[in-house]
Design a protein around this ligand. Structure first.
Ligand code: FES
Length: 156
């Protein structure tokens, strides 16, 4: 299995929330994102980061850095992995569907009724299905591993 690791010192230039601001939709999907700035005076990872592992729809494993409290969907999207996340995190589309590795299921807060309702409306749901927009990164989730589920693919 191919493995891609994005180190925190790279992350400063592509931190979640910056991709759309810089109008970089074209290079989000490239293998090697281009830097926003030559040097960034603010390194959000100075105090450390949480690493999560995401397996994409092609079976490629990516290790992504995040800070405490970020939505897993945003981490995936803003690192440039293909996830539709059509409603932007409003728990209204189900296109951020992921399969959480079973060993991690008990570590996550249980889904809300709203998330359960949304999961009831999408296909190929399993016992370990969750919506990535409803999972917040936290220190106890260091090493969280999940897989993008069918239906999360970008159109086209
Ligand atoms: S992004 Fe729409 S439900 Fe998660």
């Amino acid at each position: 299995m191919e493995r891609v690791t994005i180190e925190p010192d790279e992350a400063v230039r592509y931190a979640p929330g910056t991709a759309e601001l810089r109008g970089a939709k074209d290079d989000i999907m490239t293998d090697t994102p281009q830097p926003i700035f030559e040097e960034d005076p603010f390194d959000p990872f100075d105090e450390g980061s949480i690493k999560i592992t995401v397996v994409d729809r092609d079976g490629v494993e990516h290790t992504l850095a995040a800070l405490d409290g970020w939505r897993v969907m945003e981490v995936i999207r803003d690192w440039g992995l293909p996830i539709k996340a059509e409603c932007g995190g409003a728990c209204a589309c189900g296109t951020c569907h992921v399969y959480v590795d079973p060993e991690w299921m008990d570590q996550l807060p249980p889904p809300t009724d709203e998330e359960m309702d949304q999961l009831d409306q999408i296909f190929e749901v399993q016992e370990n299905s969750r919506l990535a927009c409803q999972i917040l990164t936290a220190e106890n989730l260091e090493g969280l591993r999940l897989t993008l589920a069918p239906g999360s693919e970008l159109d086209g």
